[in-house]
Write a protein that binds this ligand. Structure first.
Ligand code: ADP
Ligand code: ZN
Length: 752
């Protein structure tokens, strides 16, 4: 026996639990398990615990005997259970892994997996939890006569309830104000009773043309599906990357793979970049799987979200569809996790609680022994690299369905447009001509410009100053609809001044273009055309976007002008022309992924053309037609682009050749923000191993947002574990002053 343990006073075993508490703190907390709870408690159980001077929600992560706790420490007891609510083990492991990896407070990470209703103490109420009122003695009219004179409202309520046999309390209240109190009084008299009723609601649907039924898969689709089904049958974790050109029919492969998982009594998760942008995909999933589908949509009310979540948790729905946070959907025994358009940057949450939905899909898949299917026409460098090195299985579909041609892409060199009149226009003569031809043939067109608003900046003709936001380091953008200058970061808006506020002399002139200006120009030059605009200004309300896309899909409009919202996934056979108004936007951003993003965006938007029987054509306007992203996208040479870009990343140690951590500080006080960033950098340099390189700190490219000054530093290394180690050391050593914030972003996507 070990002599040290023999002499030490053995510590008494005391049942206790390690809890991830919903609070912005890293680490777990220990609580005593009261005897009466001991039997009914387990890992994953939601609890309420004392925390500081308040109570918080938390999740039990581990049950232990308390011997590891420091001597003499008095543990507080758990104060209560959230009855019947727990997180399934594989999901909990995914969340704890994520908290570790992304350096996030574990409680916050765990609660990110739950509907917001779970965060608050107190009773949970879903939208479907309605109260029905029923008569206690259905045929008994005696109570009614007794009430008639003394309490007329109660009498009316009782009559309504007796006549209908059962009425929803909410409906009663609406018909007869004050009915709620009357019901309570009737209940006390023993005349009515209440029961909870589940309301089955059909979520709103976009009114889209019915997709044609697909009878036979193409050969490439069948090969891809067979590979996925084989992996599903093996019931083992594995990742497959489906690289299929635009229009190769990836959706059908996803749907049949999901059906296969369901047949094997397993569930499925389908992740999409932005759920509101995919009404077509959503309606195809619902057509196929009906009530088995739960949609996790941020536009749902909190009660509705809880309902959808419950349907999954109880196994009544087995397929979850949603944006990045749906990776945490409580699907029972998921066998398949599909990530559509896996390259899309909206899978990355960058602001609060950074995590990558696609990467967590892989971790969740591993924990659930599920198959993960990543799909894209333009896979991310990271994923394609893994496929090449054999970590993922690569499935290729390099032809469009039915042998349809890939659209022809033509470049218009804007430098060649010498005529200043031509240059000031949004549409080059080439694009205008192509648009006129398409309209003549009753075909549809999409025009893409990655900037909303009317002009991109307002400049003084005299002193040359531009109007900038008071809170953010960006120019204000003019919007025609509101006739206001707006900040796209903080929402500040103001009137366009008559005279320049800087020199008080010059007149302001609007320069550059946005989607509004483009829409206006198309209307002006093609008065007969029916034009729609799709950007976050035009579709701010719920349901508006569905309506707009379905109008275009039904052929009720000829031209769709919009931001990157028009590039994503839409499958509209009538579209034969795609115009890219200025491909250069985005090429010059100070971000190592700028070239990759441009390549993806061009390929994706071009892929909207010619998806029906008639061939498509694409016209790309640019000042840099020789840029590699543009040239290779035009020629559809994904693999060549991948190899060249990979070589560049390898030379610089950027992902996928190395790992990155971005640390960003922000504070209303510029000095304090800079100083905090300097301290973090110094601490990391002191304590990091030699393989870790700390670059910066520097002011962020967007150096001020909403009045907060931003500084950042970039940490590069080969092995990801080192990032977490240096970050944890810095977190221990550096004190964050009041008003300042520090954000650790592992595998950052937003570098600005
Ligand atoms: P992707 O997502 O690869 O760009 P989609 O899944 O949207 O492509 O499919 C493109 C179009 O081809 C859709 O209109 C779809 O209905 C159709 N399609 C897919 N598979 C088949 C098939 N096997 N036979 C006929 N049409 C198909
Ligand atoms: Zn602003």
């Amino acid at each position: 026996m070990d002599p040290t343990t023999a002499t030490a006073q053995p510590k008494e075993a005391l049942p206790c639990a390690r809890v991830a508490v919903l609070a912005p703190v890293r680490g777990l907390f220990s609580y005593r398990l009261p005897g009466e709870l001991e039997a009914s408690i387990g890992v994953g159980q939601l609890v309420e615990v004392p925390f500081g001077r308040s109570r918080r929600r938390g999740v039990i992560v581990e049950i232990c005997d308390g011997r590891a706790e420091p001597e003499g420490l008095e543990l507080k007891p758990i104060c209560g259970l959230v009855q019947g609510e727990w997180i399934d083990p594989a999901l909990l492991r995914t969340l704890l892994w994520s908290a570790d990896y992304y350096l996030a407070p574990p409680g916050e990470m765990v609660f990110a997996a739950l509907p917001p209703a779970f965060r608050k103490l107190g009773r949970l109420a879903g939208a479907s939890q309605r109260q029905a009122v029923l008569p206690v003695e259905p045929g008994d009219a005696s109570g009614l006569t007794r009430l008639q004179d003394r309490a007329p409202l109660q009498a009316r309520v009782l009559r309504a309830v007796q006549e209908a046999g059962e009425v929803l309390l909410a409906d009663l209240e609406q018909r007869m104000p004050g009915a709620r109190a009357a019901v309570r009084a009737l209940e006390a008299k023993g005349l009515v009773r209440r029961e909870a009723r589940e309301l089955l609601r059909d979520p709103p649907r976009a009114d889209l043309p019915a997709p044609k039924a697909i009878e036979h898969l193409g050969a490439a689709q069948q090969r891809a599906l067979d590979a996925v089904c084989q992996a599903l049958d093996a019931q083992q974790f594995g990742v497959q990357l489906l690289h299929g050109v635009t229009g190769s029919g990836k959706t059908e492969v996803y749907l049949r793979a999901i059906a296969h998982a369901l047949r094997a009594q397993r569930g499925a998760i389908l992740l999409v970049p932005e759920i509101s942008l995919t009404p077509q995909l959503l309606s195809r999933v619902r057509d196929r799987f009906g009530r088995q589908v739960a949609v996790l949509h941020s536009a749902l009310g909190s009660g509705e979200r809880l309902d959808e979540w419950r349907r999954l948790k109880t196994g009544r729905a087995r397929v979850a569809v949603g944006a990045r946070s749906a990776v945490f959907a409580p699907v029972q025994a998921p066998g398949l996790i599909v990530v559509d358009e896996e390259h899309d940057s909206s899978y990355k949450q960058s602001e609060r609680l950074p995590y990558h939905g696609r990467d967590l899909a892989i971790i969740r898949g591993r924990e659930e022994s599920a198959v993960v299917l990543l799909g894209s026409a333009t896979p991310s460098l990271e994923s394609f690299h893994h496929a090449r090195s054999g970590r993922y299985r690569l499935l290729e579909m390099d032809q469009r369905i039915d042998g349809r041609a890939m659209p022809e892409i033509e470049l218009v060199d804007l430098r060649q447009l010498v005529d200043p009149l031509e240059r000031s226009q949004t549409l080059s003569p080439r694009l205008a001509e192509a648009l006129a031809e398409a309209l003549d043939r009753n075909e549809q067109a999409i025009l893409f410009l990655n900037r909303r608003g009317y002009s991109s900046f307002a400049l003084c003709r005299d002193c040359g100053q531009t109007l900038r936001c008071d809170n953010c380091s960006v120019a204000l953008v003019h919007h025609l609809a509101s006739d206001q200058l707006c900040c796209h970061y903080c929402g500040l808006s103001r009137k366009l001044p008559e005279r320049c506020p800087t020199c008080a002399r010059g007149r302001m002139q609007l320069f550059g273009l946005g989607t509004e200006k483009c829409e206006q120009e198309v209307r002006r030059r093609f008065p007969g055309a029916r034009v729609l605009r799709l950007d976050s200004d035009s579709v701010s309300g719920r349901g508006k976007l569905d309506a707009l896309i379905s109008r275009f899909a039904r052929g009720k409009a000829d031209v769709l002008v919009g931001t990157q919202m028009v590039t994503k996934g839409h499958d509209i056979p009538g579209v034969t022309l795609v115009g890219v108004l200025l491909a250069d936007l985005g090429l010059h951003l100070p971000d190592f992924r700028a070239a990759e993003r441009s390549f993806q965006l061009l390929t994706q938007v071009a892929g909207r053309a010619g998806r029906g029987e008639r061939p498509g054509r694409v016209i790309v306007q640019t000042f840099l037609p020789e840029h590699e992203s543009i040239v290779l996208a035009r020629e559809g040479r994904f693999v060549d682009f991948f190899e060249r870009e990979l070589a560049r990343r390898q030379a610089l140690g950027y992902p996928p050749a190395g790992r990155l951590l971005l640390v960003r500080t922000s504070c209303e006080d510029a000095q304090r923000s800079a100083e905090l960033a300097r301290q973090v950098a110094a601490s990391m340099r002191r304590h990091g191993p030699d393989t870790v390189r700390v670059l910066g700190p520097v002011a962020s490219p967007l150096s001020r947002i909403r009045g907060r000054y931003r500084w950042q530093l970039l940490v590069k290394c080969e092995r990801v574990g080192d990032l977490q180690r240096v970050a944890q050391a810095a977190l221990r050593q550096v004190r964050v002053p009041a008003g300042a914030k520090i954000l650790f972003d592992v595998d950052p996507v937003d570098m600005l």
